[in-house]
Design a protein around this ligand. Sequence first.
Ligand code: F6R
Length: 614
Amino acid sequence: MCGIVGYVGKKEAVPILLQGLESLEYRGYDSSGLAYFDEAQKKIDCFKGAGPVSCLKSQLAGIHHSGCIGIAHTRWATHGAPTQENAHPHLDNKGYFAIVHNGIIENYKLLKQDLEKRGYQFKSQTDTETAVHLWHAKNEHADAIRESFRQAILHMEGQFAFVGMGLDEPDRLFVFRRSNPLLIGLGRGENFVASDATAFLPYTNRVIYLGDDELAEVFKDHVRIYNLKSGRLIHKKSVHIDWSQEQAQKGNAPHFMFKEIHEQPEVLKKTLKQRIKNTQIIWNELRPKDLDKLKQIERILAVSCGTAYHACLASKYMFDACTGIPVSVDVSSEFRYSEQQLTRKDMVLLVSQSGETADTLAALNEAKRQGVFTLAIVNVRGSSLAREADAVIYTHAGPEIGVASTKAYTAQLMVLALLAIYLGIIRNKISKKDASAFLAQARKLPKYCLQIIQKKSAAVKSYAESLKDKPNFIYLGRGINFPTALEGALKFKEITYTHAHGYAAGEMKHGPIALIDDQLVVICIAPQSKTYEKMMNNIEEISARKGIVFSIGTEDDQRLIAKSRFFVGIPRILEIFSPILTVIPLQLLAYYVAVAKGNEVDKPRNLAKSVTVE
Ligand code: F6R
């Protein structure tokens, strides 16, 4: 989705803006641009075009840029094709104002008609251009640019974030946020604005999170924040984010996805260290009243999208095993329109890596509208979901840059498993003895995860090379590893562009069996568990029809090895933790097939890292 970067300081803005845009490339985009205040000529210079940031860089090569304030954007087309005219920034007809924008201005057509009648000429098909002309129009009657910016926003409907600059006040950026990510990075003698902290991590870790309907003027050495409606100044504290620049860089790894798969043992270790003190499970972020709520809830409705949805599906088995609390799981896009009647004893659990997924935020709003307690499990600190839910638990996976989610997923599973055990303990469903047995097993996960990555990667890579041209893959699992089948298939189709379908193995006879022939690869997730024998029956049926069996099972399971064309063994672990291990070979398989096909692993076609529109 679109990315925003803004800079004001003492250094040349253009290289900083370009670097910021490069670090946002992972979000997915189709065109890019930037504008800066040209100090020599006292005007706003703008460069933009379709295609990647590297094209923008070539446009700018050899041009001397003398400005220390600027704005930049990566666009993911919504209104109008990805062309140079539609790329941001947009300038008004006189070149007084420049603006970049994320989100949608819902009433832009009406505003545009009115502005056209008043003589404004539109050069693009975007809704964004309306904002900049409106800003200019409002400025005719305002005594300060900030006020015309505020007036323009008050006339626009929708969810959006803006960063703009004005020729007459070239010492500051004008910033606004509503339901779209935007934060201010505080440096020394320089400040930043971005839709994602990774854009300014090389310079600062100190940030101010703008709230909804907050407007800011960002100068190089201070920031003023205002309430949109009243126009009054408000005070906001800055916070320190614990993400490092190295975490957001690829280093020597061939891809971010590769790096993030390999970071999983550390992420699990960190999660366990933070959440388990002696034999207690700790939730630092939760207040006593949140913990009280957790004691009282009678039903959990878990809501999320994509990979996070698969973590929620797995969590149902965890909650079932540990708590006895009824759990229902929905994708956010269904939940938000489902008209489900919620009660005060329900808890809506929202899981998200980015905390900015539009459908999940809409689901949160629906839950809040019905007055239900909402708990978010989120990776990005200060994200919309983290700020707007009643309570938040962070996953601490660090920045996830690869579009295909890996370490955020295993971190979500780990937190959800601990939450299920915690709820089991406080509701007397799990004895002290059982709890310590659970936690002893949990502590083994980082080591086991590392073992799989270190010892199995070479085999998975060679299997991937021999399977890379197969046209169809089915993933089968049962119980808590049914969601693993869905996740494995999602990962595979996202980055290999090959058809892959996840199925509950018990459903095989109800349809997918018709697909089996000697070209179909069937990935069977069959660790030794209560559904093992049933999985073995599935495997017999696949083999009888000459399907290619690729199984993930318990290490040294000779029976399974004998029935499989390809086999990856994982260490034996308690069932509620098994999805944390079974998914690792599936991530590696998707990764190596995508590499063997020469695909862009980190930025798969048509996908965006954070889906901020419906
Ligand atoms: C898949 C993937 C997506 C996300 C989904 C939700 O690899 O990354 O399916 O899981 O878009 O995103 P978040 O977790 O940010 O809400």
